[in-house]
Design a protein around this ligand. Structure first.
Ligand code: SF4
Ligand code: SF4
Ligand code: SF4
Length: 332
């Protein structure tokens, strides 16, 4: 254990501020962290702040969407000893990855009515920081759990190793898994999930829950309160480490096994039902920005992007949705 406080930088890339709030709460709720770390860089809380030439630990949050994000991330990697990313944006692109469904120009047009002369230069796609630089830890979830942030900061300070557990959200879920009849299995609309039986597995009841293919750590928060898992924990261990395991086929295979099916034909039928009901995009809400997920052989995430970009109605829908919420764009 060091006999001094370690210097700590917090780098916020393209982000919503939720991760910053969780880091701040970690430091205010766990005052012992203040004795371990000296915060030297954090645009969210320090009025004037410049990156130092060397730092012991850096926490990165947000996704890499602008050229400035990319340059800052590379710089920080060069000056820091230990780097960990927080939030699903940091680990797998997160919600920010949704921007990849539309070309950059379509997004700018939808939000601002045209190109912005003074806007930050955008990269052609979103990247997770963990895709670009080596990271020591990833604390996923959107927003990340305070306990996880604290555990990682303490482990780094004390020079200990933290091991992750290769389990899924289902392993922490209190719901029972009854028998599945695949012949009559019918996906249901997610806005009707309040009608679900509160005791049984939501996926078995027909509501798309990604618990089977999502990394654990949240205590199965959503299914415990009646909502399906949307996958904010990032891909399960199996999907993350095995190149040939993708989110959609893994979910289908596991559901088919639960229903007693063992032929590829049964799996194909089930996959068609899920894709027709929910569209592929729904399966990759938090992971579409991840090179790890997009790099799978025959990646369904890539198919979802290509399919969406080819459909001009979706860009128009984005524009009209923006107008209905915010009115006509004022700049451009
Ligand atoms: S992970 Fe979630 S809370 Fe953190 S920056 Fe991304 S969207 Fe915001
Ligand atoms: S699929 Fe969802 S509801 Fe079913 S056990 Fe897993 S986390 Fe719970
Ligand atoms: S249940 Fe799924 S969506 Fe909900 S907090 Fe956990 S990982 Fe995130």
């Amino acid at each position: 254990m060091p006999n001094r406080r370690l210097s700590l930088a917090v780098l916020t890339l393209t982000a919503c501020g939720g991760c910053d709030v969780q880091i701040l709460r970690a430091f205010t709720l766990h005052e012992e962290l203040q004795k371990m770390y000296d915060i030297v860089y954090w645009s969210f809380v320090l009025e004037k702040t410049e990156l130092p030439s060397k730092v012991d630990v850096t926490i990165v949050n947000g996704a890499v969407k602008t050229e400035k994000d990319l340059a800052l991330l590379k710089k920080v990697r060069n000056i820091t000893k230990k780097l960990f990313v927080v939030g699903t944006c940091g680990g797998f692109g997160g919600i920010s990855g949704q921007a990849d469904y539309w070309p950059v120009n379509a997004t700018l047009k939808a939000v601002y009515g045209g190109e912005l002369k003074e806007a930050p230069k955008l990269l052609p796609r979103v990247y997770a920081p963990a895709d670009i630089v080596d990271v020591d830890y990833i604390a996923t979830n959107c927003p990340p759990k305070i306990d996880t942030i604290v555990a990682i900061l303490k482990a780094i300070y004390e020079g200990k190793e933290l091991k992750s557990k290769p389990t899924t959200v289902c392993s922490q879920c209190p719901r029972k898994i009854p028998e599945i009849k695949l012949d009559t299995y019918k996906p249901k609309r997610l806005d009707l999930v309040h009608q679900a039986n509160p005791e049984d597995c939501l996926l078995v009841q027909g509501y798309l829950c990604l618990g089977l293919v999502t990394y654990s750590g949240c205590g199965a928060l959503c299914p415990s309160f009646g909502l399906p898992c949307f996958g904010c924990g990032g891909p399960s261990w199996l999907v993350a480490v095995r190149r040939d395991f993708d989110i959609l086929p893994t979910l289908v295979r596991r559901l088919a096994v639960l229903g007693g099916a063992d032929t590829a034909e049964d799996e194909d039928k089930l996959m068609s039902k899920l894709v027709e009901a929910y569209k592929i995009r729904r399966l990759y809400v938090f992971t579409i920005g991840s090179s790890l997920v997009r790099g799978k052989p025959r990646a369904h995430a890539v198919k979802a992007i290509v399919g969406t970009r080819k459909d001009p109605r979706l860009a128009e829908a984005l524009i009209s949705e923006r107008k209905s919420v915010l009115g006509e764009p004022k700049r451009g």
